[in-house]
Every structure is written in C-alpha cells, then in structure tokens.
Ligand binder design. Structure first.
Ligand SMILES: Nc1nc2c(ncn2[C@@H]2O[C@H](COP(=O)(O)OP(=O)(O)OP(=O)(O)O)[C@@H](O)[C@H]2O)c(=O)[nH]1
Length: 390
C-alpha cells in the first residue's frame, strides 16, 4: 500500500496526466475549428487544464512540504469536480442542478477556512462524489440517447469516484485510517481522470465520425438526403420490390424559373425557398417514402409499394401546396411553382431508372407550360389537366 501512496506517485502520474491532457487539447484544437464544434468542448478543456493545475498544487504540497495557508488542493478538487459537472451539463444540453450544486460548491470552498483536516477531507471528498454522481447521470443518459460509447466511459469514470468515496469515508470514520482513505480517493481520482480524457476523446471522435457520415449522405442546406443517401436508404426496399415484384413510384420535383428567384430576390432568399420546398415535400410524404435533393433546385421522392395513380395524387397535392400562396421572405412575397414528373415501375428496377423515367415526365410538364404534373408509364405519357398557370 505504501507504494501507491500519493507522495511516491504524484510526480510520475503528473507526467502521464500531462501527456493525456496534451493529446486531448490537440484533438480539441483541431475539432473546435470545424463549423460545428463539439458541444461542451470549451468547459471540458477548462476542466482538464484546471485539474492539471490542481495536480501540480497537490504534488507541490506532498513532495516539497511547501506550507500553504489554506488547503489549496482540497479547494481545487471541489472546484474542478463542479466544473466537470458543468461541462457534462453543457455537453448534454441539460442545465438542471447548476445553481443548487453551485451553492454547495461555494460553501465547500469557504469551509476550507474553518474546518479541521479530517472534516475538510470528508467535506471535499463528499462534495466531489456528489458532483461526479451528477456528471455520471448526465453522461450515462447521453450515452444511451446518442448511443455514444465515449459518454459511457465518462459515466463509468464518474462511477469509480462515486464508489470510492463511501469506501474511503468508511475507512476514515470506522477504521480511523486517514492515510488509507486518502490513498483510496487519490487512486480513484487518478484513474477517473485518465478515463475521463479517454472517454471525452472517444465521445468527440465518435460524434465527428457520425457527422462526417451525415455529410456524405445528407444535403446540408435542406437536411434531406442527397443522391448517395437516397441510394443507401433505398437499397433494401428496392431489393425487396424486385424480389417480390412490387411497384415503386418516383416523383421528380423541379422549381420553375428558379433562376428568376435568385436574380430578383437574391441567393439567400433562393436558399430559403429551397428549404421551404424541402420542408413541404417532407411534410406531405409518408415516413416510408425517401425524399432527396439531387440537384440545385431539383428534388425526388421515391415511394415504395405505390402505384402510379397514388403517386400522382401526392404529386398534385405537392403542386397545389407550393403554388397556392407566395412564400414570405423578409416582408417580400415570392411566388413559386413547381413542375412534377411521376413514374412507376415494377420488375427488376434500379434507382437510376426511376429517376430517369420521372425526369422524362418532369420535362414533359416543363414543356407543357410548367406548374403541373406529368406522368409516364413505359411507352405512354400522361399530362395533368389540373396544373394551374402560375
Ligand atoms: N440560391 C440557390 N440557388 C441555386 C442553388 N443551386 C442551384 N441554384 C440556382 O438554380 C438555378 C437553376 O436554374 P435553371 O437550371 O436555369 O432552371 P430554372 O431557372 O429553374 O428554370 P426551369 O427549371 O427551366 O423552370 C440557377 O440560377 C442556380 O444558380 C442553391 O443551392 N441555392
């Protein structure tokens, strides 16, 4: 037990923790430059830096016997564990408990001026255990909701301290062994800190990887699928449709004279129109349909297990919903209409074929005056007579 007493380990551990913190800071620095920096990255960075300073104060006190007017390491431990709770709350976007635990933290820090060492130790480790328990709850919940293993590691690290504190208190209060109590909490803090660094890095990198895979399959402006995402989403349902000879329909949607919107109202208004159209398509389609933006002002809906007549009904509904009243952007009314092409295929079909056929129908709608629905069946074409002149 002597070997792991703080006096012997502090300097060695300090080096290890310093390296871990450096690695964490490096990754944080790289990721914080991205458009959407990871949630809580600022407070977690402050926590890691502050904890390192706390370790330095601790090893100075232990190894040099430097006299300190107040128990600085104890205050640092209370403040740092509260900081960790704040960082976890920021990452989980859950501010609950900040004020109540903040008051507890303040009282704990002030108690350093009038408590004797034993009572001070119990107060400090008790409060730290409380803040770590709250951190563990926040990160555990986030790990479940986001399915992020990094948050689970952070929760596990916090649980280590939560378990160690009552064991240490027992050794002190029942066994009257202050030295053993301190060894237990010290060991738990060190392992916890190392696990926290690993957990935070894992959590952030895991999230970053998810973000990259979204970027590859999602249109960032509208939040709809992009071409690749559409292919990924439909792989299974198209394979099923081919195997069971089920009909699949597609609706190609193209905004009419969109260039005029950009020229007359500006690109920002144009982007707004794209987002509004995307939202309407998303709202009017079923959850089993796949909606994607596959070009500048071109969208496609793929409707599994849907025949041509049903797909036309949806297309007419979209045409009417978008054309019935102008969009309001910055007090300006922007009238828009769309041309829609509907196709339905069965047999051994591919996404490319569905897009090609619905595109053919959409061009028929454009050529026939826009703001209408046209459909194609193999070798046959139908033009909507419900389209309105915009
Ligand atoms: N604001 C904005 N405009 C875009 C975006 N992508 C493409 N565009 C614009 O969309 C317009 C497409 O113009 P065209 O292909 O000529 O089509 P159109 O003016 O809609 O004419 P028709 O399709 O024939 O009715 C161009 O002006 C592009 O600059 C985008 O992400 N944002």
């Amino acid at each position: 037990m002597v070997d792991i007493f703080p006096e012997n380990w502090a300097v060695l551990l300090l080096g290890l923790l310093f390296l871990l913190t450096l690695a964490q800071l490096l990754v944080t620095y790289v990721l914080s430059d991205s458009v959407t920096p990871p949630a809580g990255v600022g407070l977690f960075t402050v926590y890691f830096m502050a904890t390192l300073l706390g370790w330095i104060a601790f090893s100075l006190q232990q190894n040099t016997g430097m006299p300190m007017a107040v128990d600085v390491p104890a205050v640092a431990a209370i403040l740092n564990s509260y900081l960790l709770f704040l960082a976890a709350g920021q990452r989980a976007r859950d501010p609950r408990g900040r004020i109540a635990l903040g008051i507890a933290c303040l009282l704990g820090c002030l108690s350093v001026f009038f408590l004797l060492p034993k009572a001070m130790y119990l107060t400090q480790s008790g409060l730290s255990g409380l803040f770590f328990a709250a951190t563990g709850l926040l990160c555990g919940r986030r790990a479940l909701s986001k399915r992020n293993v990094g948050d689970a590691i952070i929760a596990g690290a916090a649980a280590l301290v939560v378990v160690a504190v009552p064991v240490a208190h027992y050794q002190l209060l029942v066994g009257d062994d202050m030295r053993l109590a301190r060894v237990i909490t010290f060991g738990a803090y060190v392992w916890c800190f190392a696990l926290l660094v690993v957990g935070f890095l894992t959590s952030v990198l895991f999230e970053y990887q998810q973000h990259l895979s979204h970027l590859a399959t999602e249109d960032p402006m509208t939040g709809l699928l992009n071409r690749r995402g559409l292919g990924d989403t439909l792989r299974i349902s198209l394979a099923k449709a081919n195997r069971e000879d089920i009909e699949t329909a597609a609706i190609m949607v193209d905004i009419d004279h969109f260039q005029n919107v950009n020229d007359s109202f500006g690109h920002e208004a144009g982007d707004y129109v794209l987002r509004e159209v995307a939202a309407t398509l998303d709202r009017l389609s079923r959850s089993s349909d796949a909606v994607a933006r596959i070009g500048g002002e071109e969208f496609v809906l793929v409707l599994p297990d849907t025949d041509l007549a049903s797909a036309r009904v949806l297309a007419e509904r979209i045409c009417n919903a978008l054309g019935e009243r102008p969009l309001l952007v910055d007090q300006q009314r922007i009238p828009i209409t769309v041309s829609l092409g509907v196709a339905s295929l069965r047999g051994n079909i591919t996404l490319d074929e569905l897009c090609r056929e619905s595109d053919r129908a959409m061009y028929l709608a454009k050529r026939s005056g826009r703001n209408r629905v046209a459909s194609v069946e193999p070798n046959t074409m139908h033009l909507s007579n419900t389209g309105k002149v915009g």
